[in-house]
Design a binder for this molecule. Structure first.
Ligand SMILES: [Zn+2]
Length: 453
């Protein structure tokens, strides 16, 4: 009895001391820098009520207008048209100091038609896309055996080590891991080329092939095919070897583009950023015309309510995000000292307005991500009202990422999973604009919290 009581007291004391120690440590180590963890605990101060008077009809109109400029891939006429459209809209909603800023970056592009043929042994030419960052093949092309690596996880690789991984073409069905991770791993295991198949079967009449950036300056060709193509090839592989023949004509060259920015001036030169991107693989409704529409609606609402935040709110529509965050990386890196000195955080809606799925928060530090999830719940975006939210622990890529690298509060808000992510079917008529209204409100409220004292 006596020893049990002693153990209980000892346990309580240790628990209390470690709890107090953690609190002490948290009070000193403040990852939110000068914004402070306290700022996130306080309700939004000011003239604006929550959720803002965001108009879903306007969100829809802007999303449709930007999506209509298709494609908006960096370096195409569409991207130039999109950037000019954003600049005009930034001015129209009353943002101050609207300007274009130069971005210089290495642009990957397709040089001429590429070719992919499998000999099963009968020749088979599937639909495919060459992923950005992919390497080219030297003349007269690459010919090698195809190997099925399942989901391409570390376990999938370990199970096949010693069975001809080097110098072969790795077929990987993309499940939860990112393209970047899968392609890097394939390169580590000596793949001559990587073929990423979509994780889910295509809906009737639509071949779902996910475009995107595979990896920057990839050392091997990286291609994407549909789930159906992968299953067909797996069937053939079960019966005998399959040879792959690739002619990939791609490469990098120097290029330039422009980010678009505007401001709602604050009382200080310190600022927070609300970011989205105007480039897109195709029509890019969810990714990211809808994100730009959120910025425009927040700017309009705040200008109409004559919001005068403590810190300046800087609205940025980035270019070349799909090329590996080139617009935001250039913006942050070339002005790193200024950004570090004055920027107090960034919020970016990217891949938003998707019907169904979950509203997902990611970024740095975890307290900021959690604060966004809590805020969404408090505003009424929760299970009781039929919505689901999630927080992402692993690093997620978006225009907030370069800011997070400077240890600035950086929040990504996205909706998904999106079955039509990076495909020609990411169109505005399938989006849920009531849901997008919530996203804009939550992203806006988080930006305002960072903008207040
Ligand atoms: Zn995007």
């Amino acid at each position: 009895m006596h020893s049990k009581l002693n153990r209980l007291i000892a346990g309580l004391t240790t628990g209390f001391l470690s709890g107090a120690g953690l609190a002490w440590w948290l009070a000193r180590y403040d990852p939110l820098g000068q914004v402070g963890y306290q700022a996130l605990q306080q309700p939004v101060i000011g003239e604006v009520e929550l959720p803002f008077r965001i108009d879903p009809t306007r969100l829809r109109r802007d999303t449709e207008a930007l999506s209509a400029i298709s494609v908006r891939r960096s370096g195409t006429p569409g991207e130039i048209q999109a950037r000019n459209w954003v600049r005009e809209r930034f001015r129209a909603v009353g943002l101050h100091n609207v300007q274009l800023s130069l971005v210089v970056y290495p642009r990957w592009r397709r040089r001429s038609r590429s070719q992919l043929t499998f000999f099963t042994p009968a020749p088979y030419d599937p639909q495919f896309v060459v992923l950005a960052g992919s390497a080219a093949t030297a003349a007269p092309g690459l010919e090698a055996n195809l190997v099925d690596l399942g989901g391409g996880t570390e376990t999938d690789y370990l199970l096949r080590v010693g069975r001809g991984l080097k110098g072969t073409v790795h077929l990987i069905t993309q499940r939860s891991e990112s393209r970047r991770e899968l392609v890097r791993r394939a390169m580590r295991y000596g793949a001559a080329a990587v073929i990423l198949a979509h994780g889910k079967p295509s809906p009737k009449g639509k071949a779902i092939i996910e475009n995107g950036t595979a990896v920057l300056l990839g050392r091997v060709p990286a291609l994407a095919v549909s789930n159906e193509t992968a299953r067909y090839l797996q069937g053939k592989l079960a019966r005998g070897p399959v040879r792959a023949l690739l002619h990939i004509n791609v490469g990098y060259g120097p290029s330039y583009t422009f980010n678009v920015s505007g401001e709602i001036p604050g009382q200080r030169s310190e600022y927070v950023v609300l970011a989205a991107h105007h480039d897109a693989w195709y029509a890019g409704a969810a990714d990211n015309a809808a994100g730009v529409a959120c910025l425009l609606e927040l700017a309009r609402v705040w200008r109409e309510s004559r919001l005068r935040p403590y810190r300046t709110v800087r609205f940025v529509s980035y270019a070349a995000e799909e090329d590996g965050l080139m617009g935001s990386l250039f913006d942050v890196i070339t002005r790193a000292a200024l950004v570090k000195a004055r920027c107090r955080g960034v919020v970016t809606p990217d891949v938003v307005g998707v019907a169904g799925g979950m509203l997902r928060f990611g970024g740095y530090p975890s307290q900021l991500v959690q604060a966004a999830a809590d805020l969404a719940q408090d505003l009424g975006y929760n299970e009781a009202t039929g919505y689901a939210i999630a927080t992402q622990g692993a690093p997620v890529y978006g225009d907030h990422w370069p800011y997070a690298q400077l240890h600035l509060p950086a929040l990504l808000v996205s909706k998904g999973p999106d079955p039509f992510y990076h495909t020609p079917y990411d169109l505005p008529d399938r989006l849920d604009y009531e849901d997008l209204r919530w996203t804009a409100s939550i992203a806006g409220a988080m930006a305002l919290r960072l903008a207040q004292r």
